[in-house]
Design a binder for this molecule. Structure first.
Ligand SMILES: Cc1cc2nc3c(=O)[nH]c(=O)nc-3n(C[C@H](O)[C@H](O)[C@H](O)COP(=O)(O)OP(=O)(O)OC[C@H]3O[C@@H](n4cnc5c(N)ncnc54)[C@H](O)[C@@H]3O)c2cc1C
Length: 374
């Protein structure tokens, strides 16, 4: 897929028709209707990296990142939903799943008939994934498992049809390792206990979800016991790139607003765009965006390697850059940005979420340093 392709034309049309007119309302209502996600599916934009024999587009990861980038410019929240569906949850099944799982889940995910997300975070297990309490035990009456626990801050947790869940496996009262499971949210025992009234990414369905004695059949474990964190860490690797590209897209939009303002507004008898201090600031921000985009593009190669240094570097640099640019853009408008319900307010709040999702900046630095230092 390239810029000229039909799929990008369909995406541009989708953004004009559905995203631009509605993004503000989604933010104020904290809800993106499921019909919007179905519309994305109908336009073949939810299965780009999925192989053609599973109804996908057979496209490249870079194509998905371009889709996320274009959507993020208008809605940071929708971009994250598309990212977790198209990359994180997809990768768990595609790279580690059985043929049965690919047939039964990837095909519907590619067509947008089933939306997916990934649930790792718990109230007491954020950066420290190893301290999760969600647990499965063997089902005593039939093959399979019984799941109990609670996850929080799950993107699209309220609308996903399948959720890849990280849980500890307990056998005879002892924890024997962690594992990842495909959970069908239509099943008895699944509950959305809260849609979080978040500061940003409003409408992305950030939710607290509960599993109450939920039955999982034996075919729904991805990989084997002990593989859980490994599979989730790969999903998070994709999440980092989603966060990086989306954050930079939000930063570009905020910079465009600031540049428009500097060109229009006059102070001290001339356009503000003529003040050298401000020109240098604009030049610096463009340089930072260019560097971020190069890092993101370069780090794609690392997706199939064991190393994480480049994806983590791209994530921390891009989201820190985007935080800086959104803040600075707002400042460049002076009091003219100091209103509620503006696009700049939405951008700055959405960017803050991307600096946390997929692992915070500090955690990226922990990962980078671990690969460099003893
Ligand atoms: C918009 C958004 C979407 C999300 N989507 C999902 C999702 O789909 N699925 C999912 O499972 N989770 C999701 N999350 C949760 C996210 O992954 C966690 O919030 C994140 O990993 C951090 O965990 P925490 O919030 O508990 O912070 P904590 O771990 O409590 O950290 C708090 C602060 O302490 C710092 N800190 C922690 N440990 C260290 C350390 N060792 N050294 C230095 N500093 C440290 C952190 O950087 C942070 O600044 C999402 C979060 C957001 C904001």
């Amino acid at each position: 897929m390239n810029e000229e392709s039909q799929d990008f034309a369909k995406l541009d049309e989708f953004i004009e028709l559905f995203v631009k007119p509605n993004a503000k309302e989604w933010d104020s209502k904290n809800d993106i209707p499921k019909t919007i996600l179905e519309e994305l599916g109908r336009r073949n934009l939810l299965g780009i990296p999925i192989l053609k024999n599973y109804h996908g587009g057979g496209g490249k990861f870079n194509d998905v990142l371009q889709v996320i980038s274009k959507i993020a410019k208008e809605s940071g929240a929708l971009a994250n939903i598309v990212g977790v569906h198209t990359l994180s949850s997809f990768c768990c099944i595609n790279e580690y799943g059985t043929e049965y799982q690919k047939e039964n889940f990837l095909k519907d995910m590619a067509l947008g008939k089933k939306l997916g997300t990934v649930a790792i975070t718990e109230t007491n297990a954020g950066s420290d994934v190893s301290s999760i309490d969600t647990v499965v035990i063997k089902n005593p009456t039939e093959n399979g498992w019984i799941l109990n626990g609670e996850k929080t801050f799950i993107t699209n947790g309220n609308k996903s049809d399948i959720i890849i869940v990280l849980a500890k496996v307990r056998e005879d009262g002892k924890d024997v390792g962690d594992a990842s499971f495909i959970v069908n949210t239509k099943q008895k025992g699944f509950e959305v206990s809260e849609v979080i009234d978040s500061l940003g990414q409003r409408g992305s369905g950030l939710s607290r979800i509960k599993f109450n004695n939920l039955n999982i059949d034996e075919k729904s474990m991805i990989g084997k016991i002990g593989d859980g964190s490994k599979i989730m860490l790969k999903a998070i690797k994709y999440d980092r790139l989603v966060a990086a590209i989306a954050a930079i897209s939000l930063a570009k939009r905020s910079l465009e607003i600031a540049e428009g303002h500097l060109n229009e507004r006059k102070q001290f008898g001339r356009p503000m765009s003529k003040f050298q201090a401000l020109r240098f600031e604009i030049a610096k921000m463009h340089t930072m965006i260019y560097a971020s985009e190069l890092m993101i593009a370069d780090s794609l190669e690392e997706l199939n390697e064991n190393s994480n240094i480049n994806t983590s570097s791209a994530k921390v640099f891009s989201t820190d850059t985007a935080n800086y640019i959104c803040n600075k853009s707002m400042h460049l408008l002076g009091s003219h940005s100091y209103y509620k319900n503006t696009v700049l307010e939405r951008l700055i709040n959405d960017v803050k979420g991307y600096a946390i999702a997929g692992g915070t900046s500090e955690i990226q630095n922990v990962i980078i340093a671990k690969e460099i230092l003893k």
